[in-house]
Write a protein that binds this ligand. Structure first.
Ligand SMILES: Cc1cc2nc3c(=O)[nH]c(=O)nc-3n(C[C@H](O)[C@H](O)[C@H](O)COP(=O)(O)OP(=O)(O)OC[C@H]3O[C@@H](n4cnc5c(N)ncnc54)[C@H](O)[C@@H]3O)c2cc1C
Ligand SMILES: NC(=O)c1ccc[n+]([C@@H]2O[C@H](COP(=O)([O-])OP(=O)(O)OC[C@H]3O[C@@H](n4cnc5c(N)ncnc54)[C@H](O)[C@@H]3O)[C@@H](O)[C@H]2O)c1
Length: 468
C-alpha cells in the first residue's frame, strides 16, 4: 500500500486525500489547524459569509426602490450574530470535512509537520509531527504532498495588534463595527472588505498603491467598482504606499511613503500573503524555495524532488481555493498512477466578491489589449437587459473574447451581482472550445441576465460571407 503523507489541511490537502483514498493509498493528513485550513477557518469561507450579510443589508436598504418599504430605510447590523454566523459556518464546514475524510479511512493528525530525512536524495521520506500534547511521531512516506498554504504578510511598522491594526483573520473578534476603516492594499482581499464594510454602513478609506483598484483585473471592471465606491462614499487614496501605521488615541494614523497621512478608527492590512514554507524542513529533502519563498512545481504539481509534490498557496501558482484543490487532486492522480491532465491556467474561473461581483475566465483583457493574443471582443452593458431593469441594476456588463477566425471563445468578464454564477457558461465554453455560434444558438431564459451572454454570442457571430 502506498503511504501518502499530506502536510496541511486546506483545499489542496483534503481534495488530494480524497483522491489518494480512492486509489487505496494509506493516507495521513497532518494539520496544525482543524481540517479546512486557512481557507475554511480564516480566509475564503469566513469572508464570503460576512459578505453575504453585508449584501443582505444593502438589499434591505434598497428595497424601497422596488416599492417595498422596510421602515425608514433602516437595516441595523447585529454584529455578534454576523460574527457568530461566520465562525459557526466555518466550524461546521470543517467538521463536515473531517467526517468525510474519516469515512474514507484517511487518518487526520493534529500537529505541525516537518521533513526529517537524514539527507536529500532518499527514495522515501520522513515527516515528523509535533503535537500540542507532546505525542510526537515520525511518519514514513512513499509520497508526500506539501500543502501548507500561506499567512497574511506583515508590513514592518504596521504589526497587527488585533485591536486597531488588524489582519483579515482578526476582524471577526471585533466587538463593534469600526467607525472609520482604513483598508491598506487594493488587491482582491482589500476591495472585497472595502465593499463589504461599506455595505455594513462603515466609512471606508482605501489606500491603493496603484492608479486604480484591482490593478490586475479588467480595467472596465475596476472602473465600475470605482464608480460604485464613489457613489457609496468609499474614498480611494491612489498612488499611496503605506509606510507605517501608528496607534493614536481612539484610532490609527496611516503614514504614507510620500508624507501624506490617512486617519481612521481601525486599519485593515490587506497587503498580500507569504507562503508557509520557512520551517518545514525543505532543506532536508533538497527543495530550494523560489521567489518569495514559494515552492516551484510543474503542471502536475511535482517539485524538484521525486515523490514530493506541492499544491495550493505554498506554490504561488494562483492563490485560489479552486486551483489549490485541482493541484492537490492532480498530484495524487500523477503519484498514484491514474490518468492526469496537467493544470490549464487559461481555463480557471475566478470571482471578486464585491457588489457588483467581478468574474473572469480565460485569456485576460491585458493580453488581448497588448496584441499578445489576437481576439475579437464585445462588451454588452447590463443596463439594456430587461431582467436587470426589473431588478434595478444600473451597472455591470458581459464581455466576451473569441478567436478572430474561428469564433472559439477564449475568455470573458462578467460584472454583475451574481457574476460568480453567470461566469459558468463562459467557463464551459472556454474549457470545451465552444464557439460564439454555440452560445448564440443556446436557449437562455427570458427574461434573465444570462440572456446577455447568448446576446453577446450573437453579436460576435460572423455572417458566412465575412469568413470567406
Ligand atoms: C480573505 C481571503 C478570501 C479568499 N476568498 C477566496 C474565494 O472566495 N475563492 C477562492 O477560490 N479563493 C479565495 N481565497 C484564496 C484561498 O483561501 C486560498 O487559495 C486557499 O486557502 C489555499 O488553500 P491551501 O490548500 O493552499 O491551504 P490553506 O487554506 O492556506 O491551509 C493550509 C493549512 O495548513 C496549515 N499548515 C501550515 N503549515 C503546516 C505544517 N507544517 N504542518 C501542518 N499544518 C500546517 C495551515 O495552518 C493551514 O491551516 C481567499 C483568500 C483570502 C486571504
Ligand atoms: N475572491 C477570491 O477568489 C479571493 C479573495 C481574496 C484573495 N484571493 C486571492 O488571494 C491572493 C492574494 O490577494 P490579496 O489581495 O490578499 O493580495 P495581493 O498581493 O493580490 O494584493 C495586495 C495589494 O497590496 C498592495 N500593497 C502592498 N504593500 C502595500 C503598502 N505598503 N501600501 C499600500 N498597498 C500595498 C499591493 O500593491 C497589492 O496591490 C490573490 O491571488 C487572490 O486571487 C482571492
Amino acid at each position: 500500500m502506498t503511504r501518502v503523507v499530506i502536510m496541511g489541511g486546506g483545499p489542496a490537502s483534503w481534495e488530494a486525500a480524497l483522491v489518494a483514498a480512492q486509489h487505496d493509498a494509506e493516507v495521513t493528513v497532518v494539520t496544525q489547524d482543524s481540517l479546512g485550513g486557512a481557507c475554511v477557518l480564516y480566509d475564503c469561507v469566513p469572508s464570503k459569509t460576512f459578505i453575504v450579510s453585508a449584501a443582505a443589508r444593502s438589499a434591505a436598504k434598497s428595497a424601497g426602490e422596488l416599492g417595498i418599504n422596510t421602515g425608514e430605510g433602516h437595516a441595523d447590523v447585529d454584529l455578534p450574530v454576523v460574527h457568530g454566523r461566520v465562525k459557526g459556518l466555518a466550524l461546521a464546514q470543517s467538521a463536515d470535512l473531517e467526517t468525510r475524510l474519516r469515512r474514507d479511512n484517511v487518518r487526520v493528525v493534529r500537529g505541525y509537520a516537518r521533513f526529517t530525512d537524514e539527507h536529500p536524495g532518499l527514495a522515501t521520506h520522513r515527516v515528523a509531527v509535533e503535537t500540542e500534547d507532546g505525542q510526537d511521531e515520525v511518519l514514513e512516506a512513499d509520497v508526500v504532498l506539501i500543502a501548507t498554504g500561506a499567512t497574511p504578510r506583515v508590513l514592518p511598522g504596521a504589526e497587527p495588534d488585533g485591536e486597531r491594526i488588524l489582519t483579515w483573520r482578526q476582524i471577526y473578534d471585533l466587538p463593534e463595527l469600526p467607525e472609520h476603516l482604513v483598508v491598506i492594499g487594493s488587491g482582491v482581499t482589500g476591495v472585497e472588505f472595502a465593499s463589504a464594510y461599506t455595505e455594513m454602513g462603515v466609512k471606508v478609506t482605501m489606500v491603493s498603491s496603484r492608479d486604480r483598484v484591482l490593478p490586475h483585473e479588467d480595467a472596465d471592471a475596476s472602473a465600475v467598482l470605482e464608480d460604485v465606491f464613489a457613489e457609496r462614499g468609499t474614498e480611494v487614496v491612489k498612488h499611496a504606499r503605506a509606510e507605517r501605521v501608528e496607534r493614536v488615541d481612539g484610532g490609527v494614523r496611516v503614514h504614507l511613503q510620500d508624507g501624506r497621512v490617512v486617519e481612521g478608527s481601525h486599519a485593515l492590512m490587506t497587503v498580500g500573503s507569504v507562503p508557509n514554507t520557512t520551517d518545514i524542513g525543505l532543506e532536508r529533502v533538497g527543495i530550494t524555495p523560489g521567489r518569495g519563498g514559494f515552492i516551484p512545481v510543474d503542471r502536475v504539481s511535482r517539485t524538484s524532488v521525486s515523490n514530493v509534490y506541492a499544491a495550493g498557496d505554498c506554490t504561488g501558482v494562483l492563490l485560489l481555493a479552486s486551483v489549490a484543490a485541482m493541484q492537490g487532486r492532480t498530484a495524487m492522480w500523477h503519484a498514484l498512477g491514474g490518468g492526469v491532465q496537467p493544470l490549464r491556467l487559461k481555463t480557471v474561473a475566478a470571482n471578486v466578491f464585491t457588489n457588483p461581483e467581478i468574474a473572469t475566465v480565460g485569456i485576460g483583457t491585458g493580453a488581448i489589449n497588448s496584441g499578445e493574443v489576437p481576439a475579437r471582443s464585445v462588451m454588452l452593458p447590463l443596463a439594456t437587459n430587461p431582467r436587470a431593469k426589473m431588478e434595478g441594476l444600473r451597472r455591470g456588463f458581459i464581455k466576451l473574447f473569441c478567436r478572430p477566425a474561428t469564433g472559439v471563445v477564449i475568455g470573458g468578464v462578467v460584472v454583475a451581482p451574481s457574476a460568480s454564477e453567470l461566469i459558468l457558461p463562459i467557463a464551459m465554453a472556454v474549457q470545451n472550445q465552444l464557439t460564439v455560434d454555440d452560445l448564440a444558438y443556446t436557449f437562455s431564459v427570458y427574461p434573465s441576465l444570462s440572456g446577455s451572454i447568448t446576446e453577446v454570442g450573437r453579436q460576435l457571430m460572423r455572417p458566412a460571407d465575412d469568413l470567406n
